[in-house]
Design a protein around this ligand. Sequence first.
Ligand SMILES: [Zn+2]
Ligand SMILES: [Zn+2]
Length: 176
Amino acid sequence: MSQIDDRVPQLGYVEPFEHESISHYLGRLRRFKANSLPSAYSLGQAAGIGGIIARWEKLYFNPFPTDEELGSIASLIGLDLSRFQDMLPSREITFQPRPIRLCVACYGESPCHRMEWQYKDVVAVCQHHNLRLLERCPQCKKPFEIPALWTADRCHHCQMRFTSMVKYQARIKKAR
Ligand SMILES: [Zn+2]
Ligand SMILES: [Zn+2]
């Protein structure tokens, strides 16, 4: 804390998880103790890009985030722009922001929401585990919160742990 630059507010660095979606990452970045930014808007102010971050946290990417916008946040954190770009959905695949989906087996390997779960498919299946993706809490049936708000590895409504949900993910038979 010996050098504080008034013009460029520096945020604490948060290492992205493997396959982490930008919504999940932004929530963690804001809540990180050294940052403690109460809202997407406050992060947008720090980065000088206004209210657009709240839309990304909700998985709304129309208009698609520009390198300039991403770069203005990345430079606050000291994160490589390419790592931010990796958190965005592929533009070749139809993306659907709702319902928020979850593969608990993936989550056990890397505790975050993945963008690929939101790709529009006939049947929503995790390609890594061949399991059907959850689209709501199997216990209370409430939709999952937006990933930016995932704080406790649990359903925000009934507190069921994500790790307890894996038995509700039906295994998909491979056609061979
Ligand atoms: Zn999976
Ligand atoms: Zn629940």
